[in-house]
Write a new protein. Structure first.
Length: 273
């Protein structure tokens, strides 16, 4: 216990972070949290314009740095290009946040085949692809954290943004979305078991409702109903999701591996009468 240290438990200063879907919504919330705490954050999304605008906005906040690397990661070649460009700039990646995703709601009778192709590709397959292509950078990040007797003192981190809809049957009809997120949760556990010995952890945040473009219409139409079904009586804030990611990426979360953390205010454990 002589070496037990509690100072700087949540320090992420100087870490290199990649956030997909980082130009807006939950991804932007996460990127902002890391930058405000001194990390260097690469943000990626399909829109170069949105990435550039967010880069400028977040760099004005400091003290960390934001760098725009736009890419349409629905496409395999774009994933490869993104990692190639990142590798040209950085020798290591300490935190990969797989946040980019899409949703699709429709009735069971009308649910289109195209929805499955789009969502399973972006929400699940490309998480695997980007993680796979980023492994050399993540392994280098783990090495930078220090190794003693085969134990990695500060592992590299994979943080996957899942959903409570991947944990329970949702009340609305989002078949491909909920299935893709359930698959993501299990993929994250699979990666945790495989990569932990290499100094790379993998965890999932199963998010409930947050203010984002994806949730905007639902919150306008059903916001009060949604809040009434959350024991804490509110939807998620930027501090909630940024704080959870900083916990997982810092010394405080270095021993967490293979976890699916519900970030939902208790919505799925609310007693049903």
């Amino acid at each position: 216990m002589a070496s037990f240290k509690v100072d700087n438990l949540f320090d992420v200063k100087g870490k290199v972070v990649l956030v997909t879907g980082g130009s807006r919504g939950v991804g932007k919330m996460i990127a902002t949290g890391f930058i405000k705490n001194g990390a260097k954050v690469y943000i990626s999304s399909r829109s170069a314009k949105d990435c550039a605008a967010t880069e400028k906005e977040l760099n004005a906040l400091g003290p960390g740095k934001c760098v725009s690397l736009p890419a349409d990661i629905q496409k395999l070649e774009e994933v490869e290009r993104l990692v190639k460009e990142l590798s040209a700039r950085e020798k290591a990646l300490h935190v990969l946040v797989n946040n980019a995703g899409a949703a699709w709601g429709d009735t069971l009778d009308d649910y289109p085949d195209a929805a499955w192709t789009k969502l399973l590709t972006l929400n699940l397959q490309r998480v695997f692809t980007l993680t796979q292509k980023s492994l050399p950078l993540l392994r280098a990040g783990a090495e930078q954290g220090g190794v003693s007797d085969g134990v990695y003192r500060d592992p590299a981190r994979i943080i996957n943004i899942g959903s409570v809809e991947g944990l329970v049957v949702p009340a609305h009809e989002t078949y491909a979305y909920s299935a893709s997120k359930a698959g993501l949760h299990h993929l994250s556990r699979n990666l945790a078991g495989r990569l932990g010995s290499e100094g790379i952890t993998s965890n999932t945040l199963a998010c409930g409702p947050f203010e984002s473009k994806m949730m905007a219409h639902t919150l306008r139409e059903q916001g009060e109903i949604i809040k009434a079904n959350i024991p804490l009586g509110r939807i998620g804030t930027p501090e909630d999701v940024a704080g959870a990611c900083i916990f997982l990426a810092s010394r405080a979360g270095a021993y967490v591996n293979g976890a699916t953390i519900q970030l939902d205010g208790g919505s799925i454990v609310r007693p049903k009468l």
